[in-house]
Design a protein around this ligand. Sequence first.
Ligand SMILES: Nc1ncnc2c1ncn2[C@@H]1O[C@H](COP(=O)(O)OP(=O)(O)OP(=O)(O)O)[C@@H](O)[C@H]1O
Length: 292
Amino acid sequence: MTVVAATSVVHASGLTLRYGRTTALSDVSVTLHGGVTGLLGPNGAGKTTLLRIVATALVPDRGALSVLGADPRTPAGRLAVRRRLGYLPQDPGFHPGFTAFEFVDYVAILKELTDRRARHQEVRRVLDAVGLTGRSGRKIRALSGGMRQRVALAAALVGDPDLLILDEPTVGLDPEQRLRFREVIAELGEGRAVLLSTHQTEEVMALCQRVVVLDRGTVRFEGTPAGLAAHARGRVWTSGSRAPGALASWRAGDGRYRNVGAPPDGAELLEPTVEDGYLTLVDSPAGEEDRR
Ligand SMILES: Nc1ncnc2c1ncn2[C@@H]1O[C@H](COP(=O)(O)OP(=O)(O)OP(=O)(O)O)[C@@H](O)[C@H]1O
């Protein structure tokens, strides 16, 4: 296990965190390497809590954690992680009166870029990386949701971090903006580790090399998107009418019903998608963990 910890970007084992009487995470163990990893799960699954722990913004009640080879429980370890980490929280806390440039510059100051000239160059670099060149002088309050999200991503990119943590980065974006954002994230994942939380299985298919499914504070799956889809193999079928016993059943574009669940004898089976795999996992009893 020590070998895994040494080569992984994040290695967490047995993380547990409670908010009062609510157990947000219970004995969560995950290992992340380079590339894009999606953290998928329903509302309240514990995604934000896990991201905040990895980003050193929250301390778990129990469990061990190594991030970029450092231990966030020690002050020196926390500092080492924070210097090499970019974090896009769900609510970036914009000052709407700031321009995009001013906001990112402010974050760069917090990230200890003290030389003004070098800092401004870095701010221009990250604004350019997210396609905001030419809009950097606009006030944040005058930007669209998609543009604001780009500003937040630019702020997370200051200092060229080795690990990027993105909490639902494409929420609220229209399909075109989402696509553009995906392009940027995919490119970022080529040279570093990206951990992003999402509710969207299509995002996982489009972007992620690995996926972790969290449900009610526990890891239900850790593996590839193809492995997650395979979880529903033999459990997706097509029929001429709605199947009453299915976990989910809907009329597809071809006019036939696509059903997920236990198929009746003789059903015509379909190739499962990541969404099917996810559905069969989160709708089955907790405690059946799957890693592939
Ligand atoms: N500050 C807090 N105080 C009390 N309970 C909290 C707090 N933050 C989160 N929780 C609870 O902890 C659980 C996990 O929340 P968390 O925000 O981590 O889930 P999530 O998967 O990110 O949800 P969502 O997809 O809705 O953002 C939920 O039951 C939530 O209500």
